[in-house]
Design a protein around this ligand. Structure first.
Ligand SMILES: N[C@@H](CCC(=O)N[C@@H](CS)C(=O)NCC(=O)O)C(=O)O
Length: 223
């Protein structure tokens, strides 16, 4: 039995986890969750019921996207890719984690407000966007010098951030396309335009107890 991944297609945390699983070529059983009516099997696990979550073959639980990503790296046999994504040098690992924390703690906060500005009427949508742009400017500065955030090769920093930048860009596509974040735009399209991303974003119907297992990544793009 393969590990089970509770996932939600559009969730940026789930996208980063699925992207790494697909990159390293690990196959799991995917269970698509509807956040408004989470399946009993997920709730029965107790504690947090956010997605993504992974349960491995021994029943060990990985309740956060980063836990799943490191689980995937640990089980991958592609050492070269593992080293590229998570360089063994601690200086680089610290840089990667600094980007991820900056994203998860700062950018995500403003992204939520920008996306759902009507739920946060104390400020305007433009105000929230401008706060998020502080992060975009840092990305732009970095990406003007190298193709990816740490160097010319993709690392976990890129994979963990791009799904959030994608959401930010989608709030007002016209604004983003006409913005001057040229390096960010080409960095983002190198992910979003890839075949791998199409597989990561395969559409599944909501999982129901007892159904035939659905595997991720899929053999071919569906939906
Ligand atoms: N820190 C978590 C965050 C996951 C998260 O917030 N997922 C959202 C969907 S994008 C969710 O499950 N929200 C519903 C809930 O928290 O019950 C991770 O890295 O996996």
């Amino acid at each position: 039995m393969a590990a089970v991944l509770y996932s939600f297609r559009r969730c940026p945390y789930a996208i980063r986890a699925r992207y790494v699983l697909a990159l390293v070529g690990l196959r799991v059983v995917v269970r698509e969750v509807v956040l408004k009516s989470k399946p009993e099997a997920l709730l029965r696990l107790g504690g947090r019921s956010s997605v993504p979550q992974l349960i491995d073959c021994d029943g060990q639980r990985y309740p956060e996207s980063l836990d799943i990503i490191f689980w995937a790296l640990k089980h991958s046999s592609n050492d070269k890719l593992k080293e590229a994504l998570w360089c063994p040098k601690s200086v680089r690992q610290n840089k990667i984690m600094a980007w991820i924390h900056y994203n998860d703690r700062f950018f995500k906060h403003w992204l939520d407000r920008y996306k759902y500005a009507d739920r946060y009427p104390e400020q305007t949508e433009v105000y929230y966007r401008q706060q998020g742009e502080r992060f975009l400017r840092r990305l732009e500065k970095r990406l003007a010098h190298s193709r990816y955030l740490l160097a010319d090769g993709m690392s976990l920093a890129d994979v963990c951030l791009f799904p959030f930048v994608r959401q930010f860009a989608a709030v007002n596509g016209q604004w983003f396309e006409s913005s001057e974040y040229f390096s960010v735009k080409s960095w983002l399209s190198s992910f979003v335009g890839s075949d791998l991303f199409q597989r990561v974003m395969t559409k599944w119907s909501a999982w129901e107890e007892g159904q035939e297992p659905v595997y991720f990544p899929p053999e071919k793009v569906e939906g």
